[in-house]
Design a protein around this ligand. Sequence first.
Ligand SMILES: *[C@@H]1O[C@H](CO)[C@@H](O)[C@H](O)[C@H]1NC(C)=O
Ligand SMILES: *[C@@H]1O[C@H](CO)[C@@H](O)[C@H](O)[C@H]1NC(C)=O
Ligand SMILES: *[C@@H]1O[C@H](CO)[C@@H](O)[C@H](O)[C@H]1NC(C)=O
Ligand SMILES: *[C@@H]1O[C@H](CO)[C@@H](O)[C@H](O)[C@H]1NC(C)=O
Length: 588
Amino acid sequence: MRLLHIVATFSLAGSALSQSNTVDAYISSESPIAKAGLLANIGPNGAKCSGAKSGVVIASPSTNPNYIYTWTRDSSLVFKAIIDQFTLGQDPSLRSQIDNFIKAETFLQQVSNPSGTVSSGGLAEPKFNVDETAFTGAWGRPQRDGPGLRSTALITYANWLVENNNATFVSSTLWPIIQLDLDYVAGNWNKTGFDLWEEVQGSSFFTTAVQHRSLREGAALATRIGQTSLVSNYNTQADNILCFLQSYWNPNAGYITANTNSGRSGKDANGALASIHTWDIAAGCDAATFQPCSDKALSNLKVYVDAFRTIYTINNGIPTGSAVATGRYPEDGYYGGNPWYLTTLAVAEQLYDALTTWNSLGELNVTTVSLAFFKQFDSDVVVGTYPSTTANYAALTGAVKNFADGFVEIVAKYTPANGGLSEQYNRGTGVQLSAADLTWSYASALTAFGARAGTITASWGASGLVVPSRCSTAPTSTSSSSTSTPTPSPSPGSVSVTFNVHAITVYGENIYLTGSVGQLQNWSPDNALLLSAANYPTWSITVTLPANTAIQYKYIRKYNGKITWESDPNMQITTPSSGSIVENDTWR
Ligand SMILES: *[C@@H]1O[C@H](CO)[C@@H](O)[C@H](O)[C@H]1NC(C)=O
Ligand SMILES: *[C@@H]1O[C@H](CO)[C@@H](O)[C@H](O)[C@H]1NC(C)=O
Ligand SMILES: *[C@@H]1O[C@H](CO)[C@@H](O)[C@H](O)[C@H]1NC(C)=O
Ligand SMILES: *[C@@H]1O[C@H](CO)[C@@H](O)[C@H](O)[C@H]1NC(C)=O
C-alpha cells in the first residue's frame, strides 16, 4: 500500500462538496438553456435561426463577427449530440430535427462550391450560406474533417434505424449520402487541408482521428446492410489512417502535436476534442485511438491545460493540479486570444469519459506516460494498476473527478446571468466575447454534462485494433474526383469493371446493379449492389469480375421499397483477360 497516504490527501479533496454543489446547480440551470439555445439556431423554426432553411444549423446568430453560415463540422457535431440524445431514448421529440438535417445535408452535398462539385472535392467545403447556396468568398479550404464528422453522425442514426426495423430507410436514403462522405474520406485522407480552427494548412490530428472513426464504423454499417463490396477498402484505408494517427504523438514531450506545418508548439484543444469525439468505451484505455483514459491522451491533456496557466490573467493564483480556463492553443491571437467555453468543457468531458471507462473496467493504470498527469494530484503516486476495490483507486478517481468538475466550475463562473454561451470569454476579465450564442458551445455543454452523468455513447469499432507495423498511403485516384471507390486490385483471373449508367432519379430513389454471377449477386434484387451518385446523373460502381467471362446484368431502381427493373433484354458484357474496363450505359 505504497499509496496509502494519498488516501488522506484525496479524501480531503473529495470532501470539497461545495465545488460539486456549484457544478450540480450550474448543470441544472444551464442544461435547459443550452438545449434551447442549440435548437434556436436550427432552421426553419429556431427562434434565432436567421432564416436558415430546414435542417440547417447556423454557427451563431451573430452578425459581428458574422457567423450566419452553416459549417459542416459544427453542424455535424451539433447533430451528433442531438442524434445521441435521440438514439439513447433521452428525447424522442428530436426525430423531426434529424430528418430535416438529413434532407439539408443531402442537398448541400450536391451544391457546387469553390472546393469543387460533389465528385471533385466539394464535400470538403467548410461552410455554406444558410439558404443552402455556396459561400464563394475567400476561406481556408478545403477542410477534410467535415465528411468524416457528418458520416459519423448519420451512421449513429443509421445503426439505430437498423436496430429498430427500418433498414429500408437506411439503404434507400441514408446510405447513399453516407457513402459519398466515406468514399471522400477513403480517397482523400492522405492530403493536406485546413485544420478545425481554419488556420493551418497541413495534416491535423483531429481531422485524422475523425476520418479514422468514420471509415471504421462505415465498414461495419456497410457489412450490416449488405454493401459488402466497399468493406475491404474502408478497412484498408482505416488501417492506413490509424497508422498515420500515431505520427502526431510527441514521445519526448508527452503530447499530441496538433498539426503539421503550424509553426506553433502544437499544444492544442484539438487533442482533447478528438479524444471525446472518438470515445468508444469498448476500447477501454487503448492508446492506439487515444481513448480518453489512455495514458497518451491524459499526458497530452496535462500538457495542453498547463499551457494556459500563466498566459491568461484569470488563471492567476490557481495552483497546479487545479482547473484553469483553456483556449484553442496558447499562441492564439483571434479576438486577442482567449479561453473558449467549448475547449474548457472538452477537458471536463474527456475526464468524465475516462472515469466512466475506469469504473466499467474496474481498474485504473498509472503508466510511465501518464505518471505526470496523476502526479499533479499527489507527487508520491507511482506506476501501477489500481483495482476499483482499493482506497487508492478511490483517491485517484476522486481527484480526477474534482479536477474535471473544476473546469465546469470555471465555465459556470464566467457564464453570464442569462446563461447564454458565446464563443469566448475574456482572458483578463472573464466577460464573454466574440460570437454570441455559439451553437457548438451549447452542444459542448450538453455533451459534457451528459458525460458527467455517466452517459455512454455508441461504440464504433475502436476495440482491439492493431496498428500496422508499416504505414501506407492511400491509393492514388485516377480520376480528378478522388471520390469514387478506389479500384480494387484484381486477383489472378479477375478484372475490374466500372459500370456507369446515366439515370435521372428523384430524391430517395437509388440505382442498383445485379446480374448472372455471384459478384453481381446472382440476379437478386434484394442484394443488388448500390451505385454511387457522386457524378449524378451518372451512377457508378466498380466491381471485380471473373476474367474472360460473358456476364449478363441489369440495373434496377428502388424507391420507397418499390423495385423497378430495366426493360428487356438483359445487358451483356464479355470481360477481358486482364486489366480493367469501363462500361457506359443509359437507363432503359
Ligand atoms: C424510417 O425512418 C424514416 C426516417 O426517420 C421515417 O421517415 C420512416 O417513417 C421510418 N419508417 C418506418 C417503417 O418506421
Ligand atoms: C500520407 O500517409 C503517409 C503514411 O502514413 C504519411 O507519412 C504522410 O504524412 C501522409 N500525408 C498526408 C498529407 O496525410
Ligand atoms: C492496465 O494494464 C494492463 C496491462 O497492460 C492491461 O491488460 C489492462 O487492460 C489495463 N487496464 C486499464 C484500465 O487500462
Ligand atoms: C466509357 O467512358 C469512358 C470515359 O467517359 C471511356 O474512357 C471508356 O472507354 C468508355 N467505355 C466504353 C466501353 O466505351
